[in-house]
Design a protein around this ligand. Structure first.
Ligand SMILES: [Zn+2]
Length: 260
């Protein structure tokens, strides 16, 4: 199973790091829809997208503005038909058709905030079900984190992934049992260890705590995401210590492709 990290920062995008967006191209699943969504045309799957939102904040939802352009550009790039004054209506129609087939899944609170913002777009809005079926015989489950934010776990026979963002990382937190043993854990890490108290205040993870979560959950691989764009919150110096707690830590970056 392939995973493409389209946006790995939080809060504010930069030239090299856009905000939260993670694509499973083979099954047409997008986890969050931050500004990284603009990278979608390079990877667009042929199946309609199912987008699962963790919460309503703009760094996880603002990319919905780019989805029409994503479908349009992908169609223009792959079509044998040239774009001109006679064909453009067809390209626009197909992009709108793709929007109308796009399902956005979220809890009721998130839907109440996001849906009115995008009322002009023909998305299909769905309240998260306890278990969602995924293409390829997979199942998606969700659970509440602090903040409040939704965490996700996706399981297929032989492949599993968990997505945890915008929450305080605590090895004793209830969500840790929900992500036990996954092949890949994408986990928010926003703050270096010496600012652990700040992490609690702003509702994010610091590196040692995230490593402790991964170790406790006995995941196979930890990929850090939702980095801060502020240099003073860079945690690179803490990685050596964190890898003594959980060795298989990777720092996620935009464009990173993961096989699991
Ligand atoms: Zn965020």
């Amino acid at each position: 199973m392939k995973l493409i990290l389209l946006g790995t920062t939080g809060f504010i995008p930069t030239d090299t790091a856009q905000t939260a967006c993670y694509l499973l191209p083979e099954v047409g699943v997008l986890l969050d829809a931050g500004s990284g969504l603009y990278r979608l045309p390079a990877y667009l799957p042929t199946v309609p997208l199912d987008i699962y939102l963790s919460h309503a904040h703009a760094d996880h939802t603002s990319g919905l503005d780019y989805l029409f352009a994503g479908y349009f550009l992908s169609d223009v790039k792959t079509s044998e038909c040239p774009l001109n004054e006679e064909t453009i209506a067809g390209f626009i129609g197909r992009a709108n058709h793709s929007l109308a087939q796009t399902c956005i899944h979220a809890d009721e609170t998130t839907l109440a905030v996001v849906k009115p913002k995008y009322y002009e777009l023909p998305f299909v809005w769905r309240t998260l079900q306890a278990q969602e079926s995924l293409p390829g015989g997979g199942v998606l489950t969700h659970f509440w984190l602090e903040n409040p934010t939704i965490g996700y776990r996706l399981d297929w026979p032989g492949h599993s992934l968990a997505y945890i963002t915008d929450t305080i990382a605590r090895p004793e937190a209830a969500y840790v049992t929900k992500i036990a043993g996954v092949d890949v854990l994408l986990h928010d890490c926003n703050v270096p260890d010496h600012l652990a108290a700040l992490a609690d205040v702003i509702g994010h993870g610091y590196l040692t705590a995230v490593a402790q979560v991964a170790a406790r959950a006995q995941v196979k691989r930890l990929i850090l995401i939702h980095h801060s764009t502020l240099d003073i919150l860079n945690y690179t110096a803490d990685l050596e210590h964190a890898r003594q707690i959980f060795p298989l830590i990777e720092v996620g970056y935009d464009g990173m492709a993961v096989d699991f």
